[in-house]
Design a protein around this ligand. Sequence first.
Ligand SMILES: NC(=O)c1ccc[n+]([C@@H]2O[C@H](COP(=O)([O-])OP(=O)(O)OC[C@H]3O[C@@H](n4cnc5c(N)ncnc54)[C@H](O)[C@@H]3O)[C@@H](O)[C@H]2O)c1
Length: 372
Amino acid sequence: MGVTTVTEMTDGVLHTLFRTEQGGHEQVVLCQDRATGLKAVIAIHSTALGPALGGTRFHAYASDEEAVRDALNLSRGMSYKNAMAGLGLGGGKAVIIGDPDVIKTEELLEAYGRFVESLGGRYVTACDVGTFVADMDVVARETRWATGRSPENGGAGDSSVLTAYGVFQGMRASAQHLWGDPTLRGRKVGVAGVGKVGHYLVEHLLEDGAEVVITDVRQESVQRILDKHPGKVTAVADTDALIRVEGLDIYAPCALGGALNDETVPALTATIVCGAANNQLAHPGIEKDLADRGILYAPDYVVNAGGVIQVADELHGFDFDRCKVQATKIFDTTLEIFARAKADGIPPAAAADRIAEQRMADGRRTLPVTAS
Ligand SMILES: NC(=O)c1ccc[n+]([C@@H]2O[C@H](COP(=O)([O-])OP(=O)(O)OC[C@H]3O[C@@H](n4cnc5c(N)ncnc54)[C@H](O)[C@@H]3O)[C@@H](O)[C@H]2O)c1
């Protein structure tokens, strides 16, 4: 009948948590506040390197089980991202279950803030899909452990500025590795998705002398760039067209996850993939397909760490210049991953995972788990 019992749901999630490679989380907290309608899951994957930092996703999940799974997956990803960014932070993530347009209220966000506070700093939150800077200002009324706040409230504001800058550094490192020179001058770069991050990335590319091709499902986002840089940027109809552009050197997925899949990888004309989108590899094995085609893939969570670098800095009193220095290191980190991949004979995505896992294992041996 397609009905899932409570036992089956629990079994599914608990199986993932306790018995699979995707599990192994330290702590998963279910939160409920019936007065405000809050239902949330806070997943702490690892505090081996420090308090677990990761955003809060506010989304109308098809089921509670799906929400828990998402929190498990996303928090695990944050452990790897934070480990590679050298932040001295672990990985966590939270989800609030429900349509933010319908249920999001200040009272609900404050109730959520109290749950975050109850963890004493083991989990530090930030924005994600469905939560914004203004929301973190509200959450922060109830907890010290909310980042991604507005500058007026001691926060860093829009994280996409440094995310784009970090992706640009990853691209320069990819060019250095493949062509022996970090400049993108004269290279043809395709940017899929010119939203918050993508449009800043286009600016860096143009400044460096690259030839830029863009696409976006929102025509106004494309037009904004064409108007700003007449004659310097070309637009194509969609991502399908972009990945097939003749002579494309670099493809930058900056929209949604799963951009690299069984359909797109065989069709790619570019020799480098480096972009901001999270979870670009649609399934395990795609990283090998890219390598087999001679395409250099700069791992997404390595090159898009500029945003987390920015929000993490709020914990020390935000300083943009200090963050920019840290985000510039994405260049060296990306080169280190390519070198490790070559030495170990594995794709860069696997090399990044290995380095992150080693850092977490070392951290677990040497660091006490503290909140500050
Ligand atoms: N904002 C950050 O600081 C940050 C940090 C790390 C990772 N990321 C990731 O980078 C990606 C972009 O983030 P953003 O903040 O710029 O989001 P955004 O929503 O501002 O921009 C995404 C853009 O992609 C476009 N888009 C959606 N589907 C598309 C499709 N099929 N083809 C072409 N364009 C499409 C949207 O219209 C939008 O303009 C996301 O995957 C996000 O998770 C963002």
